[in-house]
Design a protein around this ligand. Structure first.
Ligand code: V55
Ligand code: FE
Length: 489
C-alpha cells in the first residue's frame, strides 16, 4: 500500500503523478506550426514509492520524463520514468530503499555504495541519445524516441566521474557538449572537473579544478574561452547529514564567488569574490568582450530556495529572496580578484532563465524567464510553488523592453524552451514552448508562442488530460538529432 505523507509536499498541488503513458495526437487548440519536426523533453521529480522521510525534499523524487513529439502539425505525448539504478532496486523491493535527499547515511544497508541518482533535473539530446541528468550522479542514457532507459554511462571509460551536471551547455561553434561534475572525491569534497564531449559522443577535454568550499554547484556558463561557475553561499556538513537535516543550508556570512576557468585547461581557475554575498542559481548566458567576462543570471539579496534553510535559523525572507536578472562582470586583465561590477538588467522578478540556445557563450540579445507578476490575482489553492510563477517574460537586452504574458488567475508556468523557426533563422526568430498547469481544472497544456510576441498569447495549446507535477528543466531537439548521423560511405 502506497501511503504517501499527508503533508503539503505530497498532496494538493504537489500530489504525485506516477503516470507512464502514451497519447497519440493530443487535442490541440490553435495551429501547431507544420514545419516543426522534433520533440520537447522535460522532467519532474515524482517519487515512485512513499519516501522514507515524510519531510523529504521535492528535489529527491524519481525523474519522470515527458516527451512532446511534434510532426506534421500534430503532437504526440509520451511519459516514462527514468529507470535509474535506484528506481530498479526500489521497484524490485517494492519500497523506498534510499533515504533523504543527498544523504547516503539514511539509506538501507542493502543499497550501500549504489548510485543514488534520480535523473530528475534535466533532459537533453546529444550524440543521438537522450541524457537524463542529476548533479549528484553519472549521466543516464535514454532512447530519444521510445524513452526506454539504457543505463548510466562513463562514455566508454573516458569519463569515469561520480557526478555529471544537470546544466550542460552546447557550444554551437564546436558542437561540443560542455559540462562539469562536483564532489568528485566523495560527498562534500571540493574536487570538480570541467569536460567537453564532441558531437559524436567522444570525450575531448577534462580539466580538474577545486571550489573554494563544498557547495551546490548547480549551473554554469560558457564563453568562447572560459567556463564560468557561480558559487552562492550554500554549504553542507557531515554534522547536518548525521542529524538528517537538509543537505544544503544557506550561510549569508559566506562570500559569493565567480570562478573563471580556461576551457582548454591552460591556466588555473581564478575565483572572483563578492562580499557581502548574494544568491544566484540558474544562468541565462555568459560571453566575452575583450578581456571582460559577462555573466547574466537572476540574483537575490538573500536565499531564494526556501527549502534550504538559513544555517543560523533565520526565517525565509520572501522579499530578499526575489530574483532579478543581473549582469556580473569581471576583467581577466585586472589584478584584483574582487567582484565589484554588478548591474540589474531586468525589472520583472523571476527564475528559470532561457535563451536561444544557439547563442550559448556568445554576445546575445534575447532572453526569456518564468516571472512573478505579484500584482495579479490567484484563485488556486495554496502550495509551495503557487500563485507566484504566473507569467512568462521576454527580455530584449538590446532595447531593455520586457514583454509579459500572464497565464491567468488559475495557472502556474513551468520552464520554457526556445525552438528556432529554422536551423539558420536569426537569433530569437522562432517559438517558445512552456507547460501551463491549471490548478483549478487540474489539466496541463503545452503552450506554443511566437517567441518575440509573447503578449499575443499562445498560437497553440496541446492539451493533456492530467496535470503534470511542477518540473525542472527541458530542451527541444530536432528529429534529425534523435540518432547519430550515419557516416557517409
Ligand atoms: C537544484 C535542483 C536539484 C538539485 C540541486 O535548482 C539543485 C536547483 C532537482 O534537483 O538536486
Ligand atoms: Fe536547475
Amino acid at each position: 500500500m502506497a501511503h504517501f505523507p499527508d503533508n503539503p509536499g505530497f498532496t494538493g498541488l504537489m500530489r504525485m503523478v506516477r503516470l507512464e503513458a502514451d497519447i497519440h495526437d493530443l487535442e490541440v487548440e490553435g495551429e501547431i506550426p507544420v514545419a516543426l519536426d522534433g520533440a520537447f523533453y522535460r522532467v519532474h521529480p515524482d517519487p515512485q514509492f512513499p519516501p522514507k522521510y515524510a519531510d523529504d525534499q521535492f528535489f529527491n523524487g524519481d525523474g519522470m520524463v515527458s516527451q512532446f513529439r511534434f510532426k506534421d502539425g500534430k503532437v504526440d505525448w509520451r511519459q516514462r520514468y527514468a529507470q535509474t539504478d535506484k528506481w530498479k532496486l526500489e521497484r524490485a523491493a517494492g519500497k523506498a530503499l534510499f533515504g533523504a535527499y543527498r544523504n547516503p547515511l539514511t539509506d538501507d544497508p542493502s543499497v550501500a555504495g549504489r548510485i543514488r541518482g534520480t535523473a530528475n533535473t534535466n533532459v537533453l539530446v546529444h550524440a543521438g541519445k537522450l541524457l537524463a541528468m542529476k548533479e549528484d550522479s553519472p549521466c543516464l542514457i535514454m532512447d530519444a524516441e521510445t524513452l526506454a532507459t539504457d543505463g548510466y554511462t562513463d562514455f566508454g571509460g573516458d569519463l569515469p566521474i561520480s557526478a555529471f551536471t544537470a546544466h550542460p551547455k552546447i557550444d554551437t561553434e564546436t558542437g561540443h557538449f560542455c559540462g562539469f561534475g562536483y564532489a568528485l572525491d566523495g560527498p562534500l569534497t571540493k574536487a570538480c572537473e570541467y569536460f567537453e564531449i564532441d558531437a559524436g559522443g567522444k570525450v575531448v577535454r577534462r580539466v580538474p579544478f577545486e571550489v573554494p568550499h563544498y557547495t551546490m554547484l548547480h549551473d554554469f556558463g560558457i564563453t568562447a574561452d572560459y567556463a564560468v561557475f557561480n558559487v552562492s553561499p550554500y554549504m553542507s556538513s557531515w554534522e547536518q547529514l548525521e542529524k538528517v537535516e537538509p543537505h544544503f543550508k544557506y550561510d549569508p556570512a559566506l562570500p559569493f564567488y565567480l570562478g573563471v576557468l580556461r576551457r582548454d585547461g591552460t591556466a588555473p581557475i581564478r575565483w572572483f569574490k563578492a562580499e557581502p554575498s548574494f544568491c544566484g542559481c540558474h544562468v541565462m548566458n555568459a560571453f566575452q568582450d575583450g578581456t571582460k567576462v559577462h555573466f547574466d543570471l537572476p540574483v537575490s539579496k538573500n536565499n531564494s530556495l526556501f527549502f534550504f534553510p538559513d544555517v543560523h535559523g533565520h526565517p525565509f525572507d520572501r522579499e530578499a529572496g526575489k530574483t532579478y536578472l543581473t549582469r556580473l562582470t569581471v576583467d581577466m586583465a585586472a589584478n584584483s580578484d574582487d567582484l565589484t561590477e554588478m548591474q540589474q538588467i531586468g525589472a520583472m522578478p523571476g527564475e528559470f532563465p532561457r535563451i536561444d540556445d544557439r547563442m550559448a557563450g556568445k554576445p546575445y540579445r534575447h532572453g526569456w524567464m518564468c516571472t512573478y507578476a505579484f500584482d495579479k490575482p490567484y484563485e488556486g489553492p495554496p502550495g509551495p510553488f503557487v500563485g507566484v510563477i504566473n507569467s512568462l517574460t521576454h527580455f530584449d537586452l538590446a532595447t531593455g523592453k520586457e514583454t509579459v504574458w500572464w497565464a491567468g488567475p488559475q495557472c502556474g508556468i513551468q520552464e520554457p524552451a526556445f525552438i528556432p523557426r529554422a536551423p539558420d533563422a536569426p537569433e530569437g526568430d522562432g517559438y517558445l514552448v512552456a507547460l501551463v498547469d491549471n490548478h483549478i481544472t487540474n489539466y496541463s497544456e503545452l503552450c506554443i508562442f511566437e517567441a518575440l510576441k509573447l503578449d499575443a498569447g499562445p498560437i497553440a495549446r496541446a492539451k493533456l488530460p492530467v496535470r503534470l507535477r511542477q518540473g525542472l528543466h527541458g530542451n527541444w531537439a530536432d528529429a534529425s538529432r534523435f540518432h547519430v548521423a550515419e557516416e557517409a560511405e
